[in-house]
Write a protein that binds this ligand. Structure first.
Ligand SMILES: [Ca+2]
Ligand SMILES: [Ca+2]
Ligand SMILES: [Ca+2]
Ligand SMILES: [Ca+2]
Length: 345
């Protein structure tokens, strides 16, 4: 009878082992390199005497290599034709159960849209955690510094990635360009198993456990779209003559009151908008005559009192920095009126 009981016990444990194995190998939620033990107990009697047998199986969870990449912008990213630093946002997530580093690549030459962006005009940046791109605080991807994400640790499994594009000139409103970001598991890539779903990479997982290439093939890509929108800065210049006799004849001594109407249109914010207007020949600038939207501006370079000057930033010219030392991005629509006076010599 003892032999029969042992056979039965062996059979039960085999089922248990098979069941445990199938669950553990594919349990992405359990961190890689986690040890799981399970002890089975069998109670029985021999000749009326109670007895107990135990059997323990121990597994170490293997690492599953899986990755997800999603485009995050709510709509097409607007750009004017010829604009720098157009930012497309993606989220990279390690949906495996271990720690993995990722190789990143961007492709600006996707077919089936209206235009391509040259590789030299595309950069990949890794966010510092605030979700906003800044060249001062985020990290430029160089090929060797891909993000390390841990799918087994909540909060350490995802990161925002930016593609920053310089869009060329000569494009028309409505034209689209799809920009594809690719992320590849470094572990799968190193083993030459990228895309090989189900491949087992011996000893390549966390802590030396085996790594399995998951259903994503350990590679992901996502495309975001840039859309060209109309945008522009227009400037219109006019002059009023105020002569010394109360009329408007441009003779010696007459005042020329110049007016510049600057208009920002379209849907893309304008940066570094600086207006420079040289004093015409045979005229003399009237000190203290600069007005911006009717507000008096000083001739001195005295920001932040104002951002206008005469003959400081540019020789014998008025200069009005509407972007206030690169601090202000001007969103359309916006209108500025700049006035200044000169006298005919
Ligand atoms: Ca790993
Ligand atoms: Ca394209
Ligand atoms: Ca950031
Ligand atoms: Ca000033």
């Amino acid at each position: 009878m003892a032999i029969q009981t042992n056979n039965r016990l062996t059979c039960l444990l085999s089922v248990l082992i098979a069941s445990l194995y199938s669950q553990l190998v594919f349990a992405a939620g359990v961190p890689a390199n986690t040890t799981i033990s399970n002890t089975a107990t069998v109670d029985y009697e021999i000749g009326g005497v109670a007895a107990t047998a135990n059997a323990t199986v121990t597994f170490t969870v293997v690492e599953l290599l899986d990755v997800s990449l999603l485009w995050q912008d709510a709509a097409n990213v607007s750009s004017s034709s010829r604009q720098n630093n157009v930012v497309i946002t993606y989220e990279l997530t390690n949906i495996g159960n271990g720690s993995d580093q990722y190789l990143l690549a961007v492709d600006g030459a996707i077919a089936g849209d209206d235009f391509d962006i040259a590789p030299i005009d595309l950069e990949i940046w890794i966010d510092n955690g605030d979700g906003l791109w800044s060249s001062a605080t985020d990290t430029l991807y160089t090929g060797a510094n891909g993000p390390v994400l841990n799918g087994g640790v909540a909060g350490s499994d995802a990161i925002v990635i930016f593609v920053v594009a310089d869009v060329q000139a000569g494009l028309s409103a409505g034209e689209l360009s799809n920009i594809q970001l690719n992320a590849t598991s470094d572990t799968a890539n190193t083993a030459g198993q990228t895309g090989n779903v189900g491949a087992e990479i011996i000893g390549a997982g966390d802590g030396g456990v085996n790594a399995n290439v998951g259903l994503t093939g350990a590679i992901a890509n996502a495309a975001g779209t840039i859309e060209i929108v109309s945008s522009g800065v227009s400037i219109n210049k006019s002059v009023t003559v105020i002569d010394t006799l109360g009329g408007n004849d441009p003779h010696t001594g007459a005042i020329l009151r110049y007016r510049l109407d600057v208009q920002i249109s379209g849907s893309v914010a304008i940066d570094n908008l600086i207006i420079v207007d040289p004093t015409p020949a045979v005229t003399t600038y009237t000190p203290g005559s600069i007005r911006l939207n009717s507000a008096v501006q000083t001739d001195a370079q005295d920001a932040p009192a104002d951002y206008s000057d005469f003959n400081v930033s540019n020789a014998n010219s008025i200069t009005v920095d509407l972007s206030q030392g690169s601090a202000v991005s001007i969103a359309p629509p916006a209108t500025f009126i700049i006035e200044f006076e000169v006298t005919i010599n």
